[in-house]
Design a protein around this ligand. Structure first.
Ligand SMILES: [Zn+2]
Length: 264
Protein backbone atom coordinates (compact mmCIF):
# COMPACT_ATOMS: atom_id res chain seq x y z
CA UNK A 1 0.00 0.00 0.00
CA UNK A 2 2.68 2.41 1.04
CA UNK A 3 4.71 1.52 -2.00
CA UNK A 4 1.86 2.01 -4.40
CA UNK A 5 1.06 5.39 -2.89
CA UNK A 6 4.66 6.49 -3.17
CA UNK A 7 4.96 5.52 -6.82
CA UNK A 8 1.73 7.29 -7.64
CA UNK A 9 2.75 10.46 -5.84
CA UNK A 10 6.21 10.73 -7.30
CA UNK A 11 5.07 9.90 -10.81
CA UNK A 12 2.37 12.54 -10.57
CA UNK A 13 4.83 15.05 -9.17
CA UNK A 14 7.13 14.57 -12.14
CA UNK A 15 4.33 14.74 -14.64
CA UNK A 16 2.54 17.78 -13.32
CA UNK A 17 5.51 19.85 -12.26
CA UNK A 18 7.89 18.67 -14.93
CA UNK A 19 10.57 18.15 -12.29
CA UNK A 20 12.49 14.92 -12.26
CA UNK A 21 12.64 13.04 -8.98
CA UNK A 22 16.07 12.80 -7.49
CA UNK A 23 15.58 9.10 -6.96
CA UNK A 24 13.91 6.16 -8.62
CA UNK A 25 10.18 6.02 -7.70
CA UNK A 26 10.46 2.27 -7.18
CA UNK A 27 12.40 2.94 -3.97
CA UNK A 28 10.13 2.05 -1.06
CA UNK A 29 12.83 2.36 1.60
CA UNK A 30 14.86 5.52 2.12
CA UNK A 31 17.73 5.85 4.58
CA UNK A 32 19.46 9.07 5.60
CA UNK A 33 22.75 8.89 7.48
CA UNK A 34 22.75 12.33 9.04
CA UNK A 35 26.20 13.30 10.40
CA UNK A 36 26.22 15.98 13.12
CA UNK A 37 28.58 18.45 14.72
CA UNK A 38 31.24 19.16 12.06
CA UNK A 39 34.23 16.99 12.91
CA UNK A 40 36.74 18.01 10.28
CA UNK A 41 38.57 14.71 9.90
CA UNK A 42 35.41 12.61 9.95
CA UNK A 43 33.45 14.86 7.60
CA UNK A 44 36.18 14.68 4.95
CA UNK A 45 36.10 10.92 5.37
CA UNK A 46 32.31 10.85 5.09
CA UNK A 47 32.48 12.89 1.88
CA UNK A 48 35.07 10.56 0.40
CA UNK A 49 33.26 7.34 1.34
CA UNK A 50 29.96 8.59 -0.07
CA UNK A 51 31.61 9.79 -3.26
CA UNK A 52 33.09 6.32 -3.79
CA UNK A 53 29.52 5.04 -4.14
CA UNK A 54 28.19 8.03 -6.07
CA UNK A 55 26.30 9.24 -2.99
CA UNK A 56 25.94 12.63 -1.33
CA UNK A 57 26.80 12.95 2.35
CA UNK A 58 24.37 14.59 4.79
CA UNK A 59 26.46 16.90 7.00
CA UNK A 60 25.13 19.13 9.77
CA UNK A 61 27.34 21.70 11.44
CA UNK A 62 27.36 24.01 14.45
CA UNK A 63 27.21 27.60 13.19
CA UNK A 64 29.65 29.00 15.77
CA UNK A 65 31.85 25.90 16.11
CA UNK A 66 34.82 27.61 14.44
CA UNK A 67 34.68 30.81 16.53
CA UNK A 68 37.79 31.38 18.69
CA UNK A 69 35.59 31.58 21.79
CA UNK A 70 33.72 28.31 21.10
CA UNK A 71 34.13 26.11 24.16
CA UNK A 72 34.03 22.32 24.34
CA UNK A 73 30.44 21.11 24.79
CA UNK A 74 31.49 17.81 26.35
CA UNK A 75 34.29 15.27 25.93
CA UNK A 76 33.28 14.67 22.29
CA UNK A 77 32.56 18.10 20.81
CA UNK A 78 35.87 19.92 21.18
CA UNK A 79 36.76 23.05 19.17
CA UNK A 80 40.09 21.69 17.95
CA UNK A 81 38.24 18.85 16.15
CA UNK A 82 35.77 21.04 14.26
CA UNK A 83 36.04 22.43 10.74
CA UNK A 84 34.90 25.84 9.49
CA UNK A 85 32.79 27.32 6.72
CA UNK A 86 35.66 27.05 4.26
CA UNK A 87 35.41 23.28 4.75
CA UNK A 88 31.60 23.35 4.62
CA UNK A 89 31.59 25.36 1.37
CA UNK A 90 34.14 22.97 -0.03
CA UNK A 91 31.75 20.07 0.67
CA UNK A 92 28.89 21.98 -0.96
CA UNK A 93 31.07 22.49 -4.05
CA UNK A 94 31.59 18.71 -4.16
CA UNK A 95 27.80 18.20 -4.16
CA UNK A 96 27.28 17.23 -0.52
CA UNK A 97 24.51 18.56 1.69
CA UNK A 98 25.40 20.88 4.58
CA UNK A 99 22.68 21.95 7.00
CA UNK A 100 22.35 23.80 10.31
CA UNK A 101 22.97 21.92 13.55
CA UNK A 102 22.26 24.76 15.99
CA UNK A 103 24.00 28.03 16.76
CA UNK A 104 26.04 26.86 19.76
CA UNK A 105 24.83 23.34 20.58
CA UNK A 106 22.51 24.23 23.45
CA UNK A 107 19.70 21.95 24.56
CA UNK A 108 16.90 24.32 23.52
CA UNK A 109 14.31 22.57 25.70
CA UNK A 110 16.23 23.76 28.75
CA UNK A 111 16.16 27.49 28.06
CA UNK A 112 13.19 29.91 27.82
CA UNK A 113 11.26 29.56 24.54
CA UNK A 114 11.92 33.14 23.39
CA UNK A 115 15.62 32.69 23.96
CA UNK A 116 15.55 29.39 22.05
CA UNK A 117 13.76 31.03 19.11
CA UNK A 118 16.35 33.83 18.99
CA UNK A 119 19.09 31.20 19.09
CA UNK A 120 17.57 29.35 16.13
CA UNK A 121 17.19 32.56 14.10
CA UNK A 122 20.79 33.52 14.82
CA UNK A 123 21.90 30.13 13.50
CA UNK A 124 19.81 30.37 10.33
CA UNK A 125 20.97 33.95 9.63
CA UNK A 126 24.60 32.86 9.92
CA UNK A 127 24.04 30.05 7.41
CA UNK A 128 22.36 32.45 4.99
CA UNK A 129 25.37 34.71 5.11
CA UNK A 130 28.12 32.12 5.06
CA UNK A 131 27.07 28.90 3.30
CA UNK A 132 27.08 28.86 -0.50
CA UNK A 133 23.72 28.14 -2.11
CA UNK A 134 21.97 27.84 1.25
CA UNK A 135 18.26 28.76 1.52
CA UNK A 136 16.53 28.64 4.90
CA UNK A 137 13.16 27.67 3.41
CA UNK A 138 14.80 24.59 1.87
CA UNK A 139 16.81 23.73 4.97
CA UNK A 140 16.62 21.04 7.62
CA UNK A 141 17.20 22.32 11.16
CA UNK A 142 18.93 19.59 13.18
CA UNK A 143 18.48 20.07 16.94
CA UNK A 144 21.43 19.58 19.26
CA UNK A 145 20.96 16.38 21.28
CA UNK A 146 17.83 15.64 19.21
CA UNK A 147 16.11 17.74 21.86
CA UNK A 148 12.98 19.69 21.02
CA UNK A 149 9.30 19.90 21.84
CA UNK A 150 6.11 20.83 20.04
CA UNK A 151 6.46 24.57 20.64
CA UNK A 152 10.00 24.57 19.26
CA UNK A 153 9.08 22.41 16.27
CA UNK A 154 6.09 24.61 15.44
CA UNK A 155 8.39 27.62 15.42
CA UNK A 156 11.16 25.93 13.42
CA UNK A 157 8.63 24.78 10.82
CA UNK A 158 7.73 28.43 10.15
CA UNK A 159 11.34 28.93 9.10
CA UNK A 160 12.65 25.73 7.44
CA UNK A 161 11.38 22.76 5.45
CA UNK A 162 12.03 20.18 8.14
CA UNK A 163 12.79 20.06 11.84
CA UNK A 164 14.94 17.00 12.58
CA UNK A 165 14.56 15.92 16.17
CA UNK A 166 14.87 12.78 18.31
CA UNK A 167 12.35 10.17 17.15
CA UNK A 168 12.22 8.73 20.68
CA UNK A 169 10.10 11.51 22.16
CA UNK A 170 7.34 11.73 19.56
CA UNK A 171 7.11 8.50 17.56
CA UNK A 172 4.59 5.87 18.59
CA UNK A 173 5.67 2.61 20.22
CA UNK A 174 7.17 0.30 17.57
CA UNK A 175 7.49 3.08 14.99
CA UNK A 176 10.98 3.80 13.67
CA UNK A 177 10.60 5.22 10.17
CA UNK A 178 9.13 8.52 9.06
CA UNK A 179 6.55 8.44 6.29
CA UNK A 180 8.00 9.34 2.91
CA UNK A 181 6.86 12.95 2.33
CA UNK A 182 4.13 13.41 -0.24
CA UNK A 183 3.88 17.20 -0.29
CA UNK A 184 6.06 20.25 0.34
CA UNK A 185 4.59 21.28 3.69
CA UNK A 186 7.18 21.82 6.46
CA UNK A 187 7.53 18.69 8.54
CA UNK A 188 9.04 17.25 11.69
CA UNK A 189 11.29 14.25 11.06
CA UNK A 190 12.59 11.86 13.69
CA UNK A 191 16.07 10.38 13.86
CA UNK A 192 17.70 7.64 15.92
CA UNK A 193 21.14 7.56 17.49
CA UNK A 194 23.20 5.36 19.77
CA UNK A 195 26.25 6.09 21.91
CA UNK A 196 28.55 6.94 23.47
CA UNK A 197 30.44 3.86 22.17
CA UNK A 198 30.73 2.54 18.62
CA UNK A 199 27.25 2.34 17.06
CA UNK A 200 27.91 -0.35 14.39
CA UNK A 201 25.71 -3.04 16.00
CA UNK A 202 22.88 -0.60 16.57
CA UNK A 203 22.97 0.49 12.93
CA UNK A 204 23.10 -3.09 11.70
CA UNK A 205 20.04 -4.13 13.68
CA UNK A 206 18.08 -0.98 12.86
CA UNK A 207 18.74 -1.34 9.16
CA UNK A 208 17.91 -5.05 9.06
CA UNK A 209 14.61 -4.43 10.88
CA UNK A 210 13.81 -1.56 8.54
CA UNK A 211 14.57 -3.58 5.41
CA UNK A 212 12.18 -6.28 6.64
CA UNK A 213 9.42 -3.65 7.11
CA UNK A 214 7.01 -2.30 4.45
CA UNK A 215 9.17 0.82 4.10
CA UNK A 216 9.38 4.54 4.82
CA UNK A 217 12.19 6.93 5.62
CA UNK A 218 14.65 5.91 8.33
CA UNK A 219 17.04 8.54 9.64
CA UNK A 220 20.14 7.69 11.63
CA UNK A 221 21.97 10.46 13.40
CA UNK A 222 25.72 9.80 13.22
CA UNK A 223 28.62 11.98 14.35
CA UNK A 224 32.17 10.91 13.55
CA UNK A 225 34.25 7.88 12.58
CA UNK A 226 36.21 5.55 14.87
CA UNK A 227 37.56 7.85 17.57
CA UNK A 228 35.64 11.06 16.88
CA UNK A 229 32.30 12.13 18.29
CA UNK A 230 29.60 10.57 20.45
CA UNK A 231 28.56 7.11 19.24
CA UNK A 232 31.04 6.91 16.36
CA UNK A 233 30.72 4.46 13.49
CA UNK A 234 33.71 2.36 12.38
CA UNK A 235 35.13 3.40 9.03
CA UNK A 236 35.36 -0.17 7.73
CA UNK A 237 31.88 -1.09 8.89
CA UNK A 238 30.33 2.02 7.34
CA UNK A 239 32.19 1.61 4.06
CA UNK A 240 31.09 -2.03 3.78
CA UNK A 241 27.57 -1.14 4.86
CA UNK A 242 27.16 1.35 2.01
CA UNK A 243 28.65 -1.13 -0.41
CA UNK A 244 26.11 -3.75 0.70
CA UNK A 245 23.14 -1.36 0.72
CA UNK A 246 23.92 -0.12 -2.79
CA UNK A 247 22.88 -3.55 -4.11
CA UNK A 248 19.36 -3.35 -2.64
CA UNK A 249 17.15 -2.23 -5.48
CA UNK A 250 14.21 -0.90 -3.45
CA UNK A 251 16.43 1.18 -1.15
CA UNK A 252 17.91 4.65 -1.65
CA UNK A 253 20.49 6.37 0.56
CA UNK A 254 19.92 10.11 0.43
CA UNK A 255 20.65 13.27 2.43
CA UNK A 256 17.48 14.59 4.09
CA UNK A 257 17.19 17.58 1.75
CA UNK A 258 17.22 15.30 -1.28
CA UNK A 259 14.33 13.27 0.13
CA UNK A 260 12.33 16.49 0.53
CA UNK A 261 13.19 17.58 -3.02
CA UNK A 262 11.58 14.41 -4.35
CA UNK A 263 8.16 15.97 -3.83
CA UNK A 264 9.04 19.52 -4.87
ZN1 LIG B 1 25.43 17.60 18.04
Amino acid sequence: MKRRKFIKTTALGSLVLGVGCSTDPTKTHLITFSFDDGFKKSFYRAAEIHENYGLKACLNVIASGHFPNFKAIDQWIRPELLGNFKDWNHFVSRGHEVMPHTWEHLNLTKIPLDQAKANIDKCLAYFEKNLDGYQTEKAIYNYAFGASNKALDDFVMTRVWAARTGAWWFMKEGETANPIPTNTKPIRIGCWADGPGICDDYLEKGINDFLASPGGWLIFNLHGFDDEGWGPVSTNYYDNLLKRLMDIKHLAILPAGEVLKMVS
